[in-house]
Design a protein around this ligand. Structure first.
Ligand SMILES: [Zn+2]
Length: 155
């Protein structure tokens, strides 16, 4: 039962009582990790903080390569770290950069909608201001291999 913590925390992800942090706290974590971004070529540093349903927060940064193609965005770094650690249920992600807000690229949107079809996205900057969107607003009519258009993890 959601909200009942008497059963301990041994349940599967998404069943445990989520320790939901405030949007401002999640944005702060994204801003903090942003300083670790590896962006020597563009000097465009991005930080992300992904809140999982169990209350875990997995952070990510953009990591560039001299050959550019292997570079990865902060959002996908956070998602791939989380998925590789066993997380499957995601609530929201905060993304921050030097602009007024940092809208995720198309590749990241596809990853987000496949793994978190109801994801909330906070788009912000180091000043702490942000705007709230959903992945469905950012990527309507997204690609799916399923006939019903839903992702594998939705059902
Ligand atoms: Zn991206």
């Amino acid at each position: 039962m959601v909200g009942d913590t008497s059963g301990g925390d041994d349940g599967p992800v998404g069943i445990r009582d989520p320790i939901l942090m405030s949007d401002e706290q999640l944005m702060q974590l994204a801003n903090d990790v942003r300083e670790k971004a590896y962006a020597p070529y563009s000097n465009f540093k991005v930080g992300a903080a992904l809140l999982c349903a169990d209350g875990s927060v997995i952070t990510g940064i953009n990591i560039e390569s001299a050959t550019f193609t292997p570079s990865i965005c902060a959002e996908r770094t956070a998602f791939f770290k989380a998925i590789s650690e066993g997380h499957r249920d995601f609530v929201k992600i905060a993304v921050t950069c030097d602009k007024a807000y940092c809208s995720p690229c198309g590749v990241c949107r596809q990853v987000m909608v496949e793994h978190a079809p109801n994801l909330e996205i906070l788009l912000g900057n180091p000043s702490g201001t942000f705007k709230r969107m959903t992945i469905k607003e950012l990527l309507p009519e997204s690609f799916s291999l399923r006939d019903d258009g839903e992702c594998e993890s939705c059902s």
